[in-house]
Design a protein around this ligand. Structure first.
Ligand code: AMP
Ligand code: ZN
Length: 472
């Protein structure tokens, strides 16, 4: 397995702390709103990573947090808690909001065939762990109290910008993002570990602590939840690229200050899904969700297929036109796999040599920094290979353990059949129109219909008995 590592900015051979075992952590959703399809791109790509590791024989333990407290509207620790804003917007309690959107999130994950992580932990479950880490950081001199909050002192670290190729000046602009600066901070990038004094006296969730009644900062939750379930050494930490700074940078700072050694070896970051106006983001409102796609008649797995067509390390531009193209390619793929399933019915013997050859090719593609478009190419090569249907089916089923496109699932068959019968009716109608055009000696129109069908992959054959058709 080779993996791009944000920490080293290179594709590297993947090595684990314990041979054969992977400890993997994923930053979970902030549950104040529905996940948009941009968030879900990150989770689809991380799912592919997890399933690739399992496919290659690793024993993976994956942990995900649920952010239900402490994520303020600006990553620079200012603004309102996003959960509180969600609760106000919907006239509900914070816990009701968290519960509702957590359920909605996992329902979307299921629709996209994203496996549930082995451990899912809401931040509000781990307050004692956060308090403990903050106490240790205060003891070791990495944290200080100011203005009744507790801050992490970034000047105590030799290399705070260990993650990624950050330019300090550029980052300052990102952090400020037209929010007022917190004058309690000793250094501009210091961040809050525990809030007791915020301008939001009505903060719904508060806990007692040695530093006063208050609530945790956002970054501390991922460090503590990671340590709680994966121990002192983590193999892979995942998230979208917007998490690199400040979230992941701060996670490294506090975890390594606490532990006194390196924490996580590989950092996996998914690039953004953009729409024409730029990065898709929950705070912009008007977001595209899985339900919106469903309302528009798309199978959610079309969106998964759309994501797999491109590499996770490239930004992906979303448009309905692009999704429609993915949808036709996906329907065509399903028609092929279902046809192969029919041909393979009752046949159990496979050509082992061919099976091994293509499986190796697939492993090489997906094991190369999860190159999903290359993996799809191997699947297409299998479908047109010069071998029997049973071998093709066995290979496609095997690849689907990673791709998770339900290539052989019954309900897909129904959708495809429905689509097929609509398409057949359309072809018959065009043939009748062409016949009528010919009768009126409108040969130009007859030719136009023929070429239009050809563009859709249908060839017409004129015989004495009439016109028949077949797929190219
Ligand atoms: P949030 O719920 O805002 O905490 O984000 C959940 C995950 O989605 C994080 O890993 C983010 O980095 C990621 N994310 C946010 N916006 C996008 C986007 N437009 N495209 C891809 N991933 C995103
Ligand atoms: Zn996180």
């Amino acid at each position: 397995m080779k993996l791009y590592n944000t920490l080293t900015r290179r594709v590297e051979p993947f090595r684990t702390h314990i041979p054969g075992k992977v400890g993997m952590y994923t930053c979970g959703p902030t549950v104040y709103h529905f996940a948009h399809i941009g968030n879900l791109r990150s989770y689809i790509c991380e799912d592919i990573l997890e399933k690739t590791l399992r496919y290659l024989g690793y024993d993976v333990k994956r942990v995900m947090n649920i952010t239900d407290v402490g994520h303020l509207s600006s990553d620079a620790d200012t603004g309102e808690d996003k959960m509180l804003a969600g609760a106000k917007r919907e006239h509900k309690t914070v816990m009701e909001i968290a519960d509702f959107y957590t359920k909605a999130f996992f329902s979307d994950m299921d629709k996209l065939n994203i496996k549930r992580p082995d451990v899912i932990e809401p931040a509000t479950n781990c307050i004692p762990e956060f308090i403990h880490m903050i106490e240790v950081l205060l003891d070791k001199g990495y944290a200080y109290k100011a203005g009744e909050n507790v801050y992490f002192d970034t000047s105590r670290l030799e290399n705070y910008y260990v993650l990624g190729n950050q330019n300090e000046e550029e980052l300052m602009v990102g952090v400020r993002d037209d929010v007022e600066e917190d004058t309690n901070k000793r250094n501009r990038n210091d961040f809050v570990l525990w809030f007791t004094k915020s301008k939001f006296e009505d903060q719904a969730l508060k806990w007692d602590s040695p530093f006063g009644v208050g609530y945790p900062g956002w970054h501390i939750e991922c460090s503590c939840i990671g340590l709680k379930h994966l121990g002192e050494y983590m193999d892979i930490h995942c998230g979208g690229v917007d998490n690199i700074f400040p979230h992941h940078t701060n996670e490294i700072a506090q975890s390594e200050a606490y532990l006194g050694h390196k924490w996580c070896n590989y950092w996996f970051h998914v690039h953004h899904l953009n729409d024409r106006e730029g990065k898709m983001s929950k705070s912009k409102g008007n977001i595209l969700t899985v339900s919106v796609l469903e309302e528009k008649g798309y199978d959610p797995l079309v969106y998964r297929f759309f994501c797999l067509q491109s590499h996770y390390r490239k930004p992906l531009e979303f448009s309905f036109e692009a999704l429609d193209n993915a949808s036709s390619a996906f329907q065509k793929l399903l028609r092929r796999t279902l046809q192969i399933a029919k041909e393979a019915e009752g046949k159990t013997e496979i050509d082992q040599a061919v099976f091994d050859e293509y499986k190796t090719r697939f492993k090489e593609a997906i094991g190369n920094d999860t190159n999903t478009s290359m993996a799809l190419t191997v699947l297409y090569d299998v479908l047109k290979a010069d071998t029997d249907a049973a071998t093709k089916k066995a290979l496609a089923e095997s690849f689907d353990k990673v791709l998770s496109l339900d290539l052989f699932r019954e309900r897909k068959e129904k959708a495809v059949q429905e689509e097929d019968s609509e398409f057949t009716a359309y072809i018959e109608e065009q043939i009748a129109l062409r016949k009528a055009a010919k009768k009126e000696k409108n040969f130009a129109e007859a030719d136009r219909i023929r070429s239009e069908l050809l563009e859709k992959g249908i060839v017409l054959k004129d015989t004495r008995e009439g016109t028949s058709w077949e797929r190219v």
